[in-house]
Design a protein around this ligand. Structure first.
Ligand SMILES: [Zn+2]
Ligand SMILES: [Zn+2]
Length: 206
């Protein structure tokens, strides 16, 4: 089984670290697969693919993006271009499917971080991020995933290298379709860890 981190932000959106730093740290932490899922841009993933090839790094990149839809965030895997943002969840999922990608509702019910609160959105996505290290509503995310018969995945939602691998997924292959059968394991970030991260982010901006 391959150990995969499927939810990471780099400096291409609101992450603190460069793609290069994230990749090197992921290898240090024993991850086999990574998806850089920046907000509304595929550029972090494209950069990661190029860097891994150029440096011949021992890690596989599944390209990803976290798209903002009109009802909340949607993780998308296995595409190489941007997905239009601010469309409805249904239209976004349809266009992702047409592009050959896999979609996953990101941190559902996390109202403060733009997770969808529409139960009907569960019908459209291929799978659901039922365990997000920062989501206090994972129990609801997973309750509805079961109800709609959708597979659950996990994500660290890492915004810096030191949070990589908080939640890992075990994949049978490095193909995007393996995500649909992934098994996850990990822990949620504690309140103190979250506050200290937010403070470090504020102090970096000062
Ligand atoms: Zn999000
Ligand atoms: Zn995220």
């Amino acid at each position: 089984m391959l150990k995969a981190e499927l939810h990471v932000h780099s400096r291409y959106s609101d992450g603190l670290d460069s793609v290069e730093k994230l990749l090197k740290e992921a290898i240090e932490r024993g991850l086999d697969v990574i998806s850089i899922t920046d907000h509304d841009t595929i550029d972090g993933s494209l950069d990661a693919i190029e860097f891994v090839e150029a440096e011949k790094l021992e890690i596989i990149v599944i390209p990803g993006i976290e798209v903002s839809t009109s009802s909340g965030h949607l993780l998308v895997y296995g595409i190489l271009r941007d997905v239009e943002s601010n469309l409805s969840m249904e239209d976004t999922c349809i266009s992702v499917r047409e592009m050959g990608g896999i979609s996953a509702l990101a941190h559902p019910f996390d109202v403060l971080r733009k997770g969808t609160t529409k139960v009907s959105d569960y019908r459209f996505a291929d799978c659901i991020e039922v365990f997000n290290a920062k989501n206090y509503f994972n129990f609801l995310a997973s309750f509805f995933a079961k109800r709609f018969g959708k597979h659950g995945i996990g994500g660290s939602d890492a915004h810096c290298a030191k949070h990589l691998g908080l939640v890992v997924n075990y994949l049978s292959s490095a193909d995007k379709s393996a995500i649909l059968n992934a098994l996850f394991d990990g822990k949620r970030q504690s309140f103190i860890e979250r506050v200290s991260f937010l403070l470090s982010r504020i102090s970096q901006k000062l």
